[in-house]
Ligand binder design. Structure first.
Ligand code: ZN
Length: 391
């Protein structure tokens, strides 16, 4: 159950009503008023223009033991569509989703270079090529390995070698739609918080394992970006001394010990064979002693990292995501043992859940940031006067 903020009356409350129904709906008026801390008449005053404009509708009757059936308030998830684009070093991946983050189409385009204009062109081409048989797009979300303090400019991105690139402006000029830019892990966290494993949790952490290690944070019911859009930069946190180094030369940082490349390198050192990440996990699962030891060493380091996370943030749940998330499944025993060992409180047992990996989750996360921008933007008075059908 979410811990909804008691809403003040005013335009912000209309957004809260929409958001509550987006995430948890359909909801009866009684439940909605309770969740938002509003009186019945206040709720009616807020929902009337939303119903008149078509942004909210009366949903299917909820079954009820006795008396009249309850008619809940709902929204039409198909009324608006959003594009989500994940930028990698070699390609852009785009999805189109409905208002509730359900993917209705996807595609991949190669990236010819890393110059901002080239990347903006590729993003615009991908958005233009998305299936058009749905409602018009209301916005575009872009996610990438990098940070953005304001949701518009990429302050820094190592893999693109960018500093202060106004990506949202560049893409808006090409697609003519509102554009939001976000760190890819924060975007993924937004999608998981509203539409996935973190739904309804006020405090929730996503730890991603892949080429790098990252973390997304939900606190007080909101995704927290930090002062520089750089919250959760745990990839080079030192965990234990090791011969293994990352590309920055740290001995025993998170990237040096548990990135997918680090696990592959450790397996190669242990067996003399070149094995890809999945082959290492499969071998460990089958009981190969050398690979079991490689996986358990990486998983123990992961447990230390998660202990730091729980000691600092005390989340209700940790979700492991990304292409390397299965380390937490195959190495579960070693991971939990070191998590418990390094946790400060004996009574705090934070559940750790492994998210099955699908690459389009990254682009879906990008779409979630566009949905968030749309849902938290002011609902204009004019919306009450004209039927609402997307942008
Ligand atoms: Zn490092």
């Amino acid at each position: 159950m979410s811990e909804s903020v008691v809403a003040e009356e005013g335009p912000a409350s209309a957004e809260r009503v929409m958001l509550e129904i987006l995430i948890h709906g359909p909801l009866s008026r009684v439940e909605l008023a309770e969740r938002l801390g509003l009186s019945g008449p206040s709720l009616t005053r807020l929902t009337k223009p939303l119903l008149a404009s078509g942004r909210l509708s009366v949903g299917e009757p909820l079954a009820r033991a006795a008396g009249r059936p309850i008619l809940p308030l709902d929204l039409d998830p198909a009324a608006e569509r959003f594009a989500g684009v994940k930028i990698t070093a070699t390609a852009v991946y785009a999805v189109v989703t409905d208002l509730r983050g359900v993917i209705c189409g996807e595609l991949e385009l190669p990236l010819a270079g890393h110059e901002p204009e080239v990347v903006a062109d590729a993003v615009a081409r991908a958005v233009g090529a998305l299936p058009a048989e749905f409602a018009p797009l209301s916005g575009v979300g872009i996610s990438l390995g990098g940070n953005s303090a304001d949701g518009r400019t990429v302050s820094e991105s190592h893999f693109l070698e960018w500093v202060d690139v106004p990506l949202a402006d560049l893409v808006e000029g090409r697609v003519g739609l509102p554009v939001t830019v976000a760190n890819d892990v924060n975007a993924l966290t937004q999608a998981q918080h509203w539409f996935g494993a973190g739904r309804g949790l006020d405090t929730f952490v996503v730890v991603t394992i892949g080429a790098g290690i990252g973390m997304g944070l939900v606190a007080g019911g909101n995704v927290v970006a930090g002062a520089h859009g750089a919250v959760g930069s745990i990839g080079h946190q030192l965990l234990t001394w090791s011969e293994a180094t990352c590309w920055r030369g740290h001995h025993g940082c998170a990237s040096a010990l548990l990135s997918t490349a680090a696990v592959e390198a450790a397996a190669s050192r242990a067996t003399g064979a070149e094995l890809d990440y999945d082959a290492v996990l499969r071998g460990a699962s089958r009981g190969d002693p050398a690979l079991r030891s490689v996986v358990d060493t990486a998983a123990a380091a992961l447990g230390l990292l998660l202990a730091n996370v729980t000691n600092t943030l005390d989340p209700r749940k940790i979700l492991l995501a990304g292409e390397g998330a299965r380390l937490g499944e195959v190495g579960e025993h070693a991971m939990l043992a070191s998590l418990v060992e390094a946790a400060d409180w004996e009574s705090v047992r934070t559940p750790v859940e492994v998210q099955p990996f699908a690459f389009n989750e990254w682009a879906r996360g990008a779409a979630a940031t566009a949905i968030r921008a749309r849902m938290t933007s002011a609902i204009p008075e004019a919306a009450a006067a004209t039927p609402y059908r997307g942008a």
